[in-house]
Design a protein around this ligand. Structure first.
Ligand code: ATP
Ligand code: MG
Length: 444
């Protein structure tokens, strides 16, 4: 097997070797290359100590990114490359990060500290693959397996629990049984991990192509991170529109939406408020009036706790809040929604509705048809550059003042009234036509 190492990375490895050190590409780039996926960055592992590597690579631009962990970042023609000295992680006293690291001359020891067998592969163009823990076989069998004893590895760094699920989701792999049992058993250790690190792995997990079985098979880990979803687990909907419990519906809805963080997070949280708002009618049919509002409040709390940025929080909360709103396949409705939400959010709302619908019963497929009818209307009003906001209106405040509307709040109210006429199709967006709608205009 030959890996296509970019020229700049290759040159850097050669330089280290000419100075008498070993150098291999390692980790994600080797894994992805073997899988036929494009690696997004290349990491090099070397026997050179950090200061030796820096001396050998003199002439390159370099940053001391994590010198205490043995990492320098070297700029090459193929982008930044992380060069890390072979190391063994020292004791872990906090289930998070090693108290200190020890450099080692042994590549095998460096590979042994890595989390999963498929991430513990190194490669050299001359000598080929270095696979001490059966990583190549696990790639073939599509398995995530810890290097060494899973319990020990998850105790050292509990983030690996979520990394394991994230890699499985992203690659569409399964977890080897001992690794799976261990990460479920040790899930409470995640309580000691910084929210930012959990957030990043959670987003990766949600955006993976293989997210569905992960959400369904690792419920205790998911609810460890988001306890707010616990009431949805096993919660029956007793409603002809639904074939799944709230949690199962949620999982299917996540998998059905495009893999963008804000959309996947929206689907994950969109029905979190259902158990709390559930009522039952005389036939035993369940209803969830007002659940979007409650779900939106839950979403805000969860995303805030996981330290998401404000833009993501605002977007997800908004989409959760409106996910159940009523839409009609009419120009009027489309213009109104564009006015209310803007093009970007409206488009996302349609995707959310399609995903929500895809995760419901056959009986509920009406929504899919409605959205499919809305789409061409949306494209048309956008191509025709139809007016859907005040800034596109053919008159402005100055026109209204000239037309005799007294300065003050009346101007804004009148503009809004004229815009409403345009949105409803009751008046053309034409200056004269709009001015003719102003009662005062005729008087003055
Ligand atoms: P990707 O970058 O595609 O998410 P990756 O495998 O490159 O995947 P990184 O987080 O960039 O993942 O880490 C690079 C390598 O460092 C991994 O392949 C793994 O060998 C090792 N590694 C990273 N994080 C850990 C960890 N928490 N515990 C043990 N080894 C780790
Ligand atoms: Mg990486």
């Amino acid at each position: 097997m030959e890996l296509a190492i970019p020229r700049g990375v290759r040159a850097l490895m050669n330089r280290l070797e000419r100075h008498g050190y070993e150098a291999y590409v390692v980790g994600g780039c080797v894994r992805d290359s073997i899988l036929g996926r494009m690696p997004h960055d290349w990491d090099v592992t070397t026997s050179a100590l950090p200061h030796q590597a820096m001396a050998a690579l003199e002439g390159h631009r370099m940053f001391e990114t994590g010198l205490q962990h043995g990492t320098i970042t070297v700029l090459t023609d193929d982008g930044p490359v992380e060069v890390t000295t072979y190391r063994v992680d020292g004791a872990y006293s906090d289930n998070r990060r090693p108290d200190k690291v020890r450099f080692t001359p042994s590549l095998r020891e460096d590979l042994a500290r890595r989390d999963f067998t498929i991430n513990a592969l190194a490669y050299h163009p001359g000598s080929g693959l270095v696979d001490c823990f059966g990583g190549e076989e696990d790639l073939r069998r599509r398995l995530i397996r810890c290097v060494g004893d899973p319990d020990r590895r998850f105790h050292e760094d509990a983030l690996r629990i979520l990394r394991g699920l994230r890699f499985a989701s992203a690659l569409g792999f399964s977890l080897e049984r001992h690794t799976a049992d261990s990460l479920t058993r040790n899930r409470a250790l995640l309580g000691r991990i910084a929210s930012e690190r959990i957030r990043d792995e959670l987003v990766g997990l949600l955006c993976g192509a293989g997210v569905l079985p992960i959400l369904l098979d690792y419920v205790p880990v998911i609810t460890q991170v988001i306890p707010e979803l616990t009431p949805t687990v096993g919660f029956d909907q007793n409603n002809p529109y639904h074939i799944y419990t709230v949690y199962e519906h949620t999982a299917h809805a996540v998998a059905a939406v495009a893999p963008r963080p804000e959309l996947r997070l929206t689907m994950l949280l969109h029905d979190a408020g259902k158990p709390a708002t559930c009522t039952e009618d005389a036939d035993g049919r369940r209803h969830f009036y007002g659940h979007p509002k409650v779900s939106a409040a839950v979403a805000r709390e969860v995303l805030h706790r996981l330290r998401f940025d404000n833009a993501t929080i605002a977007r997800v909360v908004k989409l959760v809040e409106i996910h159940d709103c009523n839409l009609e396949p009419t120009e009027r409705c489309v213009l109104r929604q564009l006015n209310r939400l803007g093009e970007e959010v409206f488009r996302e709302l349609l995707l959310v509705k399609l995903a929500d619908n895809a995760a419901q019963s056959e009986y509920a497929q009406g929504w899919t048809r409605t959205v499919r009818e809305i789409e061409p209307i949306l494209e048309r009003v956008l191509t025709e550059q139809r007016c859907f906001s005040l800034k596109d209106l053919a008159v402005d405040g100055t026109d209204l003042l000239r037309a005799g509307i007294p300065a003050g709040p009346a101007v804004g109210q009148e503009l809004q009234r004229l815009l409403d006429l345009v949105l409803d199709g009751a008046c053309e967006n034409d200056r004269d036509a709009l001015l003719a709608q102003i009662p005062q205009w005729k008087e003055y």
